[in-house]
Design a protein around this ligand. Structure first.
Ligand code: PLP
Length: 405
């Protein structure tokens, strides 16, 4: 299988696996216990916390809170802020967030909170004017905006957004879901990100295992715990720590930092090769987010007159692991909320495929993926009522009249 679905999850790096191993066997203690080997484990967790903090530009380890995943980190950030600040009832977010933010905000909306859902343009860029107008001094409790989009890779200027928020009202809290960007983009919480109060991420997006994440909580940020029932994490999250996975996540971030620049350049080169190869080989395709600042590892391609599920099936038969939109929405026939927000025309909405690379992706894999994509699209189109088989182009008359490419 050629694995090009690294925004869904990544392979565990062998170095990470080796670093974790002893914590599954001889170092099995509960880090809260009071005998020497357990105390040593607590020290290992402290070292992991410090190292992760340092990669994010944080000098002390305390602000890093370990969680089970980014979904928990996002829930903790939003619901923890809501619980601690009952006087403010307005939240700002975007229409293209991951469901781990979207659904929490929708639930709060049902419970009487006022939510401003900020639009994006056709390239996936956030509507800055709308964002500025949405800010309400003394009313806005929290802003939750992602750093990089999981479906398109489009990067939002969270540094700037957070600064504008604090200039409007320093008590507005700013949460960034950085699940797709940590380890890939520079994040300095003492520098350009110094107005970000809360930042979520997850180990399995950068070659650590699934089941461990973290939330950065700037000291002094008023939030209540989300998981209650234990004194762990300085009383901020109950539950015995997942020691091996925490060690694994710290090791994975160390590894990423060691080769960050060359990995970034390599992924960008291969992603651009993939994009160019597809554009040359397959007619009537759109690159979603093409003109926006994008992650170097993500390519979202929409092929006109193609049904996405069939395309995915054929790619699977070709031995290529990709997804349509996010893993959480694949398996449903609903079009991606991100592409709907970007107003991708209906003739291309169903045929969107996300390729996401990792530092282990090779040029040979990319070339095979281009050839497989070409064959798969041709195959689906040959059976599609939306493809004009004599003129070899989409039959736009079958779509809504006011939409075209
Ligand atoms: N936020 C974003 C932007 C994501 O891409 C994901 C996962 O795809 C999540 C949150 C949820 O991450 P996890 O699977 O660790 O809960």
């Amino acid at each position: 299988m050629i694995y090009l679905d690294n925004n869904a999850t990544t392979a565990i790096a062998s170095e990470v696996f080796e670093a974790m191993k002893p914590y599954f066997t001889e170092k099995f203690w509960n880090p809260s216990s009071m005998y020497d080997p357990a105390i040593a484990l607590a020290r290992d967790i402290a070292a992991a916390r410090k190292s992760i903090a340092a990669h994010l530009g944080v000098k002390t380890a305390t602000p890093i809170l370990f969680t089970s995943c980014a979904t928990e980190s996002n829930n903790t950030a939003i619901l923890g802020a809501v619980r601690a600040n009952p006087d403010r009832k307005h939240i700002i977010t975007s229409k293209v967030e991951h469901p781990a933010v979207l659904e929490v905000c929708r639930d709060l909306e049902r419970r009487g909170y006022s939510i401003s859902w900020i639009d994006v343009d056709t390239d996936g860029n956030l509507d800055l004017k709308q964002y500025v107008h949405a800010l309400r001094p003394k009313e806005t409790l929290l802003i939750s905006i992602m750093h990089a989009n999981n479906e398109t890779g489009v990067i939002f200027p969270v540094e700037r957004l957070a600064r504008i928020a604090k200039e409007t009202d320093p008590d507005i809290l700013f949460h960034a879901d950085a699940t797709q960007s940590v380890s890939k983009l520079p994040i300095d919480l003492s520098g350009s990100f110094s107005n970000v109060d809360l930042l979520s991420f997850s180990g399995h997006k950068f070659h650590a295992p699934k089941g461990v994440g973290a939330l950065y909580v700037r000291p002094g940020t008023p939030i209540r715990p989300y998981l209650i029932g234990g004194h762990q994490e300085n009383g901020r999250r109950g539950g015995t720590e997942n020691v091996p996975y925490i060690i694994g996540m710290a090791c994975a971030l160390d590894l990423a930092a060691e080769t960050h620049e060359e990995d970034f350049a390599r992924m960008l080169r291969l992603r651009d090769r993939l994009q160019k190869g597809i554009e040359e080989a397959v007619p009537f395709v759109e690159i979603n987010g093409k003109n926006a600042k994008r992650m170097p590892n993500t390519l979202n391609v929409a092929a006109h007159s193609v049904e996405g599920e069939s395309l995915l099936m054929l790619m699977n038969q070709e031995g290529i692991a990709v997804s349509s939109g996010s893993a959480c929405t694949s398996g449903s026939l609903e079009p991606s909320h991100v592409l709907v927000a970007m107003k991708v025309p209906s003739s291309a909405l169903q045929g969107s495929i996300r390729f996401s690379l990792s530092r282990y992706t090779t040029e040979e894999e990319i070339d095979k993926a281009i050839a497989a994509f070409k064959r798969s699209v041709e195959n689906v189109r040959s059976a599609s009522p939306y493809w004009n088989k004599t003129e070899h182009k989409p039959d736009f008359s079958k779509y809504f009249k006011n939409e075209s490419i």
